[in-house]
Ligand binder design. Structure first.
Ligand code: NAD
Length: 480
């Protein structure tokens, strides 16, 4: 049985407790590796290492840091297949998805921030005839990065890369449910020439080691992606300590489909935006609102396409969907199907667990599920399910669609399908979300601000936003 280790001060070491947690393979439901059950003692060791490394790393020129981060990015690329297999095995996602999305996007995150830092500039404000202000943007110091299980390395890199590029030292924790690629990353960083102590990767439970990261006095900023309830707890803990916080939280995203859209393109993209990664992407659209004039046409075509989706073990090249990430998560998602029925919904397709043949017979598979007939404000339509379950609801007017779309506590992203330019602008303007995709989904430009409004988070990641988050501005005023 493989035992993962913490990566502290450039070395792989056992947790101080010497205790380990089971790591399950979602495709088979079997334990396949063990991960360190770390605690505050390991956080203390990591902070000490980071503290020692900070003067070296923060004073290194941005060009030098950039070179190391480019090598890190190339190091993942050179081990692409190993990372892809590890991500798929750890998470249950199809190998093809890890190969096309997760790992390549992690590679480009490191590459993007490695080069972005060499172009990052700060502001200056001239006061006519009186003087000038200029703003220094200095690294914060030691920062904490905590990430979830759905896009493990990709979201881990989305935080670590800008934090390191900006000159900070990092104490990072991947999800205990999907620790493997973060474990591999330590060696890649070392091989890339990253000084010891700059990047420390700890494994274990959120309530234990994650909590200790958030509470550590010397960790000055925390970048967190995960559930809204966890984010709320983090905010309560970190705010009285005046820590900088970036919170990327849950979503319940609407997809609004008008009858003037390009139907076929909309249909195939909506299949992806509903069920990619088994519906476990914070950006998936789980509430689909369809203009009544094409509601029946959409319903028939959508359900027909969903029925063709192949749910199979992640190594099957034909698999459109793999396993959900864990048994408790599968059970949670299935419980929402029951709730939907109690709330008066009709399951048009799916709603059930899928039993594959051995050795996958204990894996966490589920049919993609489509439900109709629910009120827009029922629990099924308001709470985050985070699985392969979508609801479809007809609407008559633009106002009604927008009202239903904006009705949840969340505000991460809105997807809109229409060829009416004016309407597209109106809805983009009124949508209560941090991201709006028009006639597309998951199209990514690394320079853009990424994040949500309302209970979907505080702050933005991506581009300059991330580099600003990971630096402390200091204004210097010179009088003539
Ligand atoms: P989670 O909140 O349970 O855990 C996320 C991370 O936080 C894990 O590493 C976990 O160990 C850690 N953690 C848990 N309790 C902690 C505590 N008390 N202190 C410190 N750390 C703690 O979330 P999850 O189940 O791993 O991920 C799914 C959620 O993430 C969904 O709600 C999804 O919408 C959200 N998500 C959001 C985005 C986004 O960009 N907005 C992206 C991906 C996922």
């Amino acid at each position: 049985m493989i035992k993962l280790q913490n990566f502290i001060n450039g070395n792989y070491i056992a947790p101080t407790s010497n205790e380990y947690i089971d790591n399950f393979e979602p495709a088979t439901g079997q334990v396949y590796s063990l991960i360190p059950d770390s605690d505050e003692r390991d956080v203390e060791m990591a902070v000490q290492a980071a503290e020692k490394a900070f003067p070296i790393w923060s004073k290194m020129s941005s060009e030098e840091r950039s070179k190391i981060l480019v090598k890190l990015s190339e190091g993942i690329e050179a081990r692409m297949d190993e990372f892809v297999q590890a991500e798929s095995r750890d998470n249950g996602k199809p190998v093809s998805l890890a190969a096309h999305v997760d790992i390549p996007r992690a590679v480009s995150n490191f590459h993007f921030f490695a080069t972005a830092i060499t172009h990052f500039a700060s502001e200056s404000h001239y006061m006519e005839g009186e003087g000038i202000n200029f703003t220094l943007r200095k690294p914060i110091g030691i920062v904490g990065c905590i990430s979830p299980w759905n896009l493990p390395l990709y979201l881990f890199s989305w935080k670590i890369a800008p934090a390191l590029a900006a000159g900070n030292c990092v104490v990072a924790k991947p999800s205990e449910i999907t620790p493997y690629t973060a474990y591999l990353l330590g060696q890649v960083a070392k091989d890339a020439g990253m000084p010891d102590g700059v990047l420390n990767i700890l494994h274990g439970l959120g309530s234990k080691v994650g909590d200790a990261i958030v509470k550590h006095k010397k960790i000055k900023a925390v970048s967190f992606t995960g559930g809204t309830k966890t984010g709320e707890y983090l905010a309560r803990t970190a705010a009285p300590m005046f820590k900088k916080l970036s919170l990327e939280l849950g979503g319940k995203n609407p997809v609004i489909i008008f009858d003037d859209c390009d139907f076929d393109e909309m249909l195939s993209t909506t299949i992806r935006s509903s069920f990619a990664n088994q519906g476990q992407i914070c950006l998936c659209g789980s509430r689909i609102f369809v203009q009544r004039t094409i509601y029946d046409k959409f319903k028939t075509a959508f359900v027909e396409k969903v029925n063709k989706a192949i749910v199979s073990n992640p190594t099957d090249p034909k698999a459109n969907m793999g396993a959900l990430v864990s048994l408790p998560h599968l059970e949670k998602v299935l419980s929402y199907v029951e709730l939907a029925k109690e709330e008066g919904g009709t399951v048009l397709t799916g709603g059930t667990r899928v039993q594959l043949e051995a050795p996958y017979d204990n894996g966490y598979y589920m049919r993609p599920t489509v439900i109709e007939g629910l009120a827009f404000d029922c629990r099924t339509n308001q709470e985050e399910i985070f699985g392969p379950v979508v609801t479809i609801t007809p609407f008559d007017t633009e106002e009604e669609a927008l009202m239903m779309a904006n009705s949840t506590e969340y505000g991460l992203q809105t997807t809109l399908w229409t060829n009416d330019l004016k309407r597209a602008h109106r809805i983009a303007d009124e949508a209560q979300s941090g991201i709006v995709w028009i006639n597309c989904w998951m199209v990514r430009d690394l320079r853009t601000p990424f994040g949500g409004t309302k209970s979907s988070g505080v702050g933005r990641e991506g581009g300059w936003e991330a580099l600003r988050f990971f630096t402390e501005p200091k204004n210097v005023c010179i009088k003539y």
